[in-house]
Each structure stands twice: as structure tokens, then as C-alpha cells.
Design a protein around this ligand. Sequence first.
Ligand code: HEC
Length: 178
Amino acid sequence: MMFNIQKTLAAMLLGILLLTLGGCGDDEQATTHSGGMMKGHSSMGGMKSSQDSSTTSSLKTVAGRWYTKAQIEQGAPLFASYCAACHGKEAQGDFRWRQRGADGRYPPPPLNGSGHAWHHPKPMITRQIREGSPAGGSMPGFGAQLSDAQIQAVIAWFQNLWSAEVYQSWQGRMHHKG
Ligand code: HEC
């Protein structure tokens, strides 16, 4: 009996040794293995597990808002590549946004919650991004470049710049409109 346990242990140790010495190709396997052995460390361990834990928390809705942290993170680079050129890197808009330009069109407004009261419900904001400005405006539509999920992520990113007051008044308006 005693002998058998020792034998088993020896075999396991040999196995681990072989895995460890297995070279680059076995890295993945070795990581998984030691992750399993040192359970307490697994969340601080390899890339894989730390990513897992951040994904879990990022799937929770941000307090009081409709979107998740994961959506904000997804939206940030999309906003930078598709929207920042007109609306500004921080979504601050063009400072002349209240006045029509020489072409009779309005410059890009801030999307960061400053400036004006937001009274468009989310489906309308979504539509503007997908299809572009209604007649007379100059914003192009992004339906060809961005999926619906990506559009929601971009909205999450800029709405996350809104103060609680701005967000709540926007949400309040939604309720009144039904
Ligand atoms: C070529 C410049 C340009 C780009 C690029 C652009 N926009 Fe706009 N956007 C505008 C302009 C100009 C307006 C102002 C009103 C209008 O013309 O419809 C506007 C208006 C908006 C509005 C309505 C704001 C309101 O107060 O109702 C939203 C929302 C918006 N843009 C989001 C985006 C997002 C998100 C992106 C990136 C996916 C984007 N825009 C890219 C020019 C642009």
C-alpha cells in the first residue's frame, strides 16, 4: 500500500518534470497544470486566468446604466477610429456646434453630455449612427462599417462620459415618451 502511493507520487513527479522540460511547445499545458495545482494563485497567475476574472466583472452592468464595462472597452477604439475626427477625441464636439456653418449645416456637437439636453431615445441615437444625419445634416452613416453591437458599444463609451444628472434626465425623458 505504502509502496504504491510512493510509486504513484514518483510517477506524478516524473510527469510534471517531463511537462516542465517539454520545451516551448508545452508551455500552454504546463501553465494550465500548475494553475490547477496552485488554486489560490490562479487568478493572479497566467494571462488566461486574469483575463477570465476581468471579463466576468466587466459583464456586469455599470451601476445605474444600461451598458457593461465590456461595452465601454469595446467602444473606445471604435469611437477613436470612426467618430473622433468630427466629434473630438474626448467627444467634446466642435466648439461652434450651436451655429450653422457657412454651408448651412451644424458642426458636430459634443457627445460627452455637455452642452445640450439629450432628448433622443436610444433607438434614435442608434439610427443616426447607423444611417447618418437626417436630411440637411452632414454626418455619414456607419451601418456598413459597424455592427449593431459595435454601435451600442460606441454609445456606451460616450454615455459613460455623462454625469449622473445628464444621464438621469435623459433616462427620465425616455420614460415620459414611453
Ligand atoms: C464627418 C463628421 C462626423 C463623423 C465622422 C461622425 N459624426 Fe456624428 N455628427 C456629425 C454632425 C455634423 C452632427 C450634427 C447634426 C447633424 O448633422 O445631424 C452629428 C451628430 C451626431 C449625433 C446626434 C447628436 C444629438 O445631439 O442628437 C450622434 C449621436 C452622433 N453624431 C454620433 C456619432 C458617432 C457615434 C460617430 C462615430 C461612429 C459619429 N457621430 C461620427 C458629424 C460626424
